[in-house]
Design a protein around this ligand. Structure first.
Ligand code: C2O
Ligand code: CU
Length: 483
C-alpha cells in the first residue's frame, strides 16, 4: 500500500513546516538556557528495601508538567518516585537500577484519570508481571498493583504502559531500568539516555491533533527530546571513555545517531553485552530498541560538539530534514587515561536450528485510509488483534520465526518474555550477533530469528510503532509448561 497522494502532500508539508518550527526554536537562541538543566542526568528511584539483593520501589503514575519550550508548560503524564517526599511526575520517569540476580518489587499506584498497566520491556518476567491486558486486570484510576520479578539479565531495559500505549507513552509514561552485572567495563561515566520526540504547539503544549500521517508513521513530533530535554547539555572530561545507554521510547520515530569526529563502540543491545563489540559511525535505534556504546571523547575540532540525529530512510518517502542536534557536549578539563577493557564480553551460544525446527510465519501488512477521515489499518497474517490466530508452544522448545514485512515502511518487531537471535534478513546473515527482543524489519524484507521459548504464559508480540500496535499489529504466543 502506498501513501495516497494526499498523504504524500502532507509529508511534503510536514517537511516544509519542520525547519520552520526548528527555526522558531533556534530563534530562542541561548536565552532559554535557563530553562534547560545543565546536565542530562535522570532522577534515580529510591530503593526502600534495606536488603542488599532486593530492590523495592514505589512507582506512581500521575499528571505533571514539563517545560519543553520556553513558551510554556506541557501537561504530561509521568512517573514519580512515591518514596520521595515532594516528588513530582517527570518525563522520563525515575531510573530504576538493580544488580543482576536482584529481586525487584514495584509497588505501583495509578493516580491518572484512566486505567493503565506497566510492562517491563525486555525483562524476562514471570507472565503475571508482564503488564499486558492478557496477564493482569488493568489498574483503574486510584488503584494499585505489585510487580515482582528477578532481574536475571544484566542490560538496559525500560518500562511503559501496555494499554492505549500510543496515547499513554506519547503523554510521557516511560522510564529506564538498568540491570548492572557482567564484566567490569572501566569508564569515567555510565549514562542513560531516553530518546523521544513530542508534537508541540507553539505554546509548548502537547498537540491534541492526531492525523492519518501520525497513524501511518507513528506520531513523529516536531521537537526531539533526550531525557525529557530539548537540546540539553552534557559536561564531559576531554579524553574520557564513557558508557552511554540509549533507549528509543518514541511512538514512531527512528533515531540514527552520530557524534561528528567520533565513532561508537557498540558493546551491548537489548539482551545485554554482545559477544564481540564493534565500531559504528552511526547508530540506528528503532522504537523499543536499546543500545549500549562506549565513546572516547577525543574531540579536537573548534566549536561545539553535539550528538546528532541524521536521516534514515524508514519508508513512505519521508523527506530528510538534515542533521538535528540532540544534545550538546562541552569539555571540562582532561580525563585520566581509561583503564583496560575486558577481554570477554557477552556470552551467546547460537541456538541450534535444523530443517526440522518448527517454523512460524508472521506477515505485517498495512492498508492506507480508504476514505478521508478513516484511519490506516494494520494487520498480522491478515488479521487485526485480538483476532490474529494464536501461536503456541512449550517452554524450552526451539522455533524459527519469519517476520515478513509486506509494507512500504520499516516496522520494529518486539516479542515479550524472551530474547531471540536473528538468523538472516532476506537470506543474509547479520554482521553482528547478540540477544534481541526488538528488531527492525526493513520494508519489503523478511527477517528470520531463532528463539528458545521462555516461561509459560501469554506473551505478546507486536510492532513497536505504537499507533500500529494499538490498531491491530499485535498478537500473542501462548506457552505451556514443558512436557
Ligand atoms: Cu515495549 Cu509490548 O512493548
Ligand atoms: Cu509498524
Amino acid at each position: 500500500m502506498t501513501l495516497r497522494a494526499m498523504d504524500r502532500r502532507r509529508v511534503a508539508r510536514l517537511a516544509r513546516a519542520l525547519p520552520g518550527v526548528l527555526a522558531l526554536l533556534a530563534g530562542c537562541g541561548d536565552s532559554d538556557k535557563a530553562d534547560v538543566a545543565g546536565s542530562l542526568g535522570l532522577a534515580r528511584m529510591t530503593d526502600v528495601n534495606p536488603a542488599a539483593d532486593i530492590v523495592e520501589v514505589n512507582l506512581v503514575a500521575e499528571a505533571g508538567r514539563m517545560r519543553y519550550l520556553p513558551a510554556g508548560d506541557a501537561e504530561v503524564w509521568g512517573y514519580k518516585d512515591g518514596a520521595r517526599a515532594g516528588a513530582v511526575a517527570s518525563v522520563p520517569g525515575p531510573l530504576i537500577e538493580a544488580n543482576q540476580g536482584d529481586k525487584v518489587i514495584v509497588r505501583f499506584t495509578n493516580n491518572l484519570g484512566e486505567a493503565t498497566t506497566i510492562h517491563w520491556h525486555g525483562i524476562r518476567v514471570p507472565n503475571a508481571a508482564d503488564g499486558t491486558p492478557s496477564t493482569q486486570k488493568e489498574v483503574a484510576p486510584g488503584g494499585s498493583f505489585v510487580y515482582e520479578f528477578i532481574a536475571s539479565d544484566a542490560g538496559t531495559f525500560w518500562y511503559h504502559p501496555h494499554i492505549r500505549g500510543d496515547v499513554q507513552l506519547e503523554r510521557g509514561l516511560y522510564g529506564m531500568l538498568v540491570v548492572h552485572g557482567g564484566p567490569e567495563v572501566p569508564v569515567s561515566a555510565d549514562r542513560s539516555f531516553v530518546l523521544d520526540d513530542v508534537k508541540l504547539e507553539a505554546t509548548g503544549k502537547l498537540s491534541e491533533q492526531t492525523d492519518a500521517l501520525d497513524i501511518m508513521l507513528g506520531r513523529q513530533g516536531n521537537v526531539l527530546l533526550v531525557n525529557g530535554q530539548r537540546r540539553g547539555r552534557l559536561d564531559i572530561q576531554r579524553g574520557a571513555r564513557e558508557r552511554w545507554r540509549f533507549v528509543n521510547a518514541a511512538n514512531g520515530r527512528y533515531f540514527n545517531l552520530r557524534l561528528p569526529g567520533h565513532t561508537f563502540t557498540v558493546i551491548g543491545w537489548d539482551g545485554g553485552l554482545v559477544p564481540s563489540p564493534y565500531t559504528a559511525e552511526t547508530l540506528l535505534i528503532a522504537p523499543g530498541e536499546r543500545y549500549e556504546v562506549l565513546v572516547t571523547l577525543t574531540h579536537k575540532l573548534d566549536g561545539p560538539l553535539a550528538v546528532e540525529n541524521i536521516y534514515y530512510d524508514r519508508g513512505h518517502d519521508i523527506p530528510d530534514p538534515g542533521p538535528q542536534a540532540l544534545f550538546q557536549v562541552s569539555f571540562t578539563g582532561d580525563a585520566i587515561a581509561p583503564g583496560q577493557l575486558p577481554s570477554t564480553w557477552g556470552s551467546m551460544q547460537a541456538i541450534a536450528v535444523t530443517s526440522t525446527t518448527p517454523a512460524e510465519m508472521i506477515v505485517f501488512r498495512e492498508e492506507d485510509s480508504k476514505t478521508p477521515g478513516s484511519e490506516p489499518r494494520f494487520f498480522i497474517n491478515d488479521n487485526a488483534f485480538p483476532n490474529v490466530p494464536l501461536i503456541s508452544g512449550r517452554e524450552g522448545e526451539t522455533a524459527i520465526w519469519s517476520v515478513k514485512n509486506d509494507t512500504e515502511m520499516d516496522h520494529p518487531f518486539h516479542l515479550h518474555g524472551m530474547f531471540f537471535q536473528v538468523l538472516d534478513v532476506d537470506g543474509q546473515a547479520p554482521e553482528h550477533s547478540g540477544w534481541k527482543d526488538t528488531v527492525n524489519v526493513p520494508q519489503k524484507k523478511t527477517l528470520r530469528f531463532a528463539v528458545r521459548y521462555g516461561s509459560p504464559g501469554r506473551w505478546m508480540y507486536h510492532c513497536h510503532i505504537l499507533e500500529h500496535a494499538e490498531r491491530g499489529m499485535m498478537a500473542e504466543l501462548i506457552l505451556s509448561p514443558p512436557s
